[in-house]
Design a protein around this ligand. Structure first.
Ligand code: UD1
Ligand code: CA
Length: 458
């Protein structure tokens, strides 16, 4: 374990033009979390002494996403080397501290793991003034190539646009992350020029310059799935797929059954207890937590929902923010729940909308029950007491309270409170006229026959 101090610079000032987006690239989400926050969370695991995020002018949303970390504005995007230079003032004393390292990471590599960063940090040792993270690329494409010496150290990095055909054939690529003794890094950066294909100040040039000065650069390899850089929407989709694989593996390792893992989509913050069963084709949005032994059936969509132990949800359930499904409660097909709680053992099994509602324990919500919670201006609450029974196709016009143990007749439109244990029926009175249907048909048939005879004569 190194005892050296650590400053981290996160590069996030790039425009991300290849994304073709009005939003800065690093704010695009992977598993529901902005790329830059994935990177910052991985960095946090190293307990750095200082973190500085380099952003472009006017990138206030990136600044907000990076908070509470310091952000520095790189006024002109003149390259990755220039960007690290811009961060120097934010590092304070650490920039000149011989006992400090600077770890530079890119904001567009959301799959980076704390383990890979840790290994890079450890690679910068007594023999190596610098260390870079590399990977064997399936398609080296536009990545910088790592040119090694006979001892396996990195002699220099050549950017794809500046590489010779021979250099382009190298498939060990630069992941865009390096760790350098702080004073050495800034000494080297002062000597980096922009005489290259892009006319930019490349951070990657520090490796060759260091070598000329007699320094050695260590190489640590990571899996491509950890260091892939995101520059296009297609790469964003690849990163999402890789992150989903990682999340599925993690949940299964924690004791969750995924019947068809490749069809279940998690959010970075999904919390699932052991012995939960998730059936095929379920989507978790942000803020979902699921208690032990719960079951989520196919084609359900959950966000901001809390399921207690043994709850059963779906198939085709939609749980929106503020949905709380109590212990052993059931939510069935085509039921939408928003800002509403179902008490222990309560059931809403078919075709319902429950919004801004509290449902007591063991209550039964019949098929087609709708809480009319919105009057076009404000939201209103519905309270349904424990053990109440709401008949099918009932409209509950909020604000309204159904007492404990009360029964509401099917097809009711309830506009007034119902006392505990009362029966409420609020629908048109039924009247039966004996034989009327038969008389009606006979009359209409006679009329039809009469019309036919007249037209035949004419
Ligand atoms: C960079 C590396 C390349 C590596 C690849 C890995 C350089 C010169 N090249 O290339 O060797 O294989 O990453 O993904 O470093 N940024 C700024 N300010 C700038 C320019 C960029 O903050 O002026 C930021 C970007 O927001 C991004 C990161 O630096 O987060 C990398 O920039 P990008 O333009 O994506 O570099 P690549 O061409 O991918
Ligand atoms: Ca990149």
């Amino acid at each position: 374990m190194t005892t050296r101090k650590l400053a981290v610079v996160v590069l996030a000032a790039g425009l991300g033009t290849r994304m073709r987006s009005s939003m800065p690239k690093v704010l695009h989400a992977v598993a529901g979390k902005a790329m830059v926050n994935h990177v910052l969370d991985a960095v946090a695991e190293l307990s750095p002494d200082r973190v500085a995020v380099v952003i472009g002018p006017g990138m206030t949303q990136v600044e907000a996403a990076a908070a509470p970390h310091t952000t520095v504005v790189q006024e002109e995007r003149l390259g990755t080397g220039h960007a690290v230079m811009a961060a120097r003032p934010a590092l304070g004393d650490l920039a000149d501290d011989p006992d400090a390292d600077v770890l530079v990471v890119c904001g567009d590599t959301p799959l980076i793991t704390p383990a890979a960063l840790h290994s890079l940090r450890e690679a910068r040792d007594e023999r190596h003034g610098l260390a870079v993270l590399g990977f064997q690329a399936a398609e080296p494409g536009s990545y910088g190539r790592l040119i090694r010496d006979d001892g396996g150290d990195v002699a220099r990095i050549v950017e794809a646009k500046d590489a010779t055909t021979e250099e382009l054939a190298v498939d060990i690529c630069n992941a865009g992350m390096l760790c350098v003794g702080a004073p050495l890094l800034f000494r080297l950066l002062e000597r980096v020029g922009n005489d290259n294909a892009k006319g930019e100040y490349y951070l990657t040039d520090v490796v060759g310059l260091a070598r000329t000065g007699g320094e050695h650069c260590a190489l640590r390899l990571a899996a491509e799935s950890e260091v892939q850089g995101i520059n296009t929407r297609a790469e964003l989709a690849q990163a999402e797929a890789a992150m989903q694989t990682r999340l599925r593996t993690r949940h299964m390792r924690n004791g969750v059954t995924l019947v068809a893992p490749e069809t279940v989509f998690f959010c970075h913050d999904t919390a699932i207890a052991p012995d939960v069963i998730v059936h095929p084709h379920v989507v978790f949005g942000p803020g979902v937590s699921v208690g032990e032994g719960a079951e989520i059936k196919s084609f359900s969509h959950l966000e901001g929902a809390t399921l207690s132990a043994g709850a059963v949800v779906g198939p085709y359930a939609r749980l929106r923010p503020g949905a709380m499904v109590g212990e052993g409660a059931r939510v069935g097909n085509f039921v939408e729940i928003k800002n509403a709680s179902l008490g222990r053992g309560a059931k809403a099994n078919h075709l319902s909308y429950l919004g801004d509602t509290e449902v007591g324990e063991e209550a039964n919500i019949g098929a087609g029950t709708i809480t009319c919670n919105y009057d076009g201006f404000g939201k209103h609450r519905t309270t349904i007491g424990a053990g109440a029974f709401i008949g099918s196709n009932t409209a509950l016009v909020a604000p309204v309270r159904i007492g404990a143990g009360a029964i509401v007749g099917a097809g009711s439109t309830v506009t007034q409170d119902v006392p505990d244990d009362a029966i409420a029926v609020a629908r048109g009175q039924q009247s039966n006229r004996d034989g009327a249907a038969k008389r009606f048909r006979e009359m209409r048939n006679a009329e039809k026959a009469a019309r036919k005879t007249t037209s035949a004569k004419g």
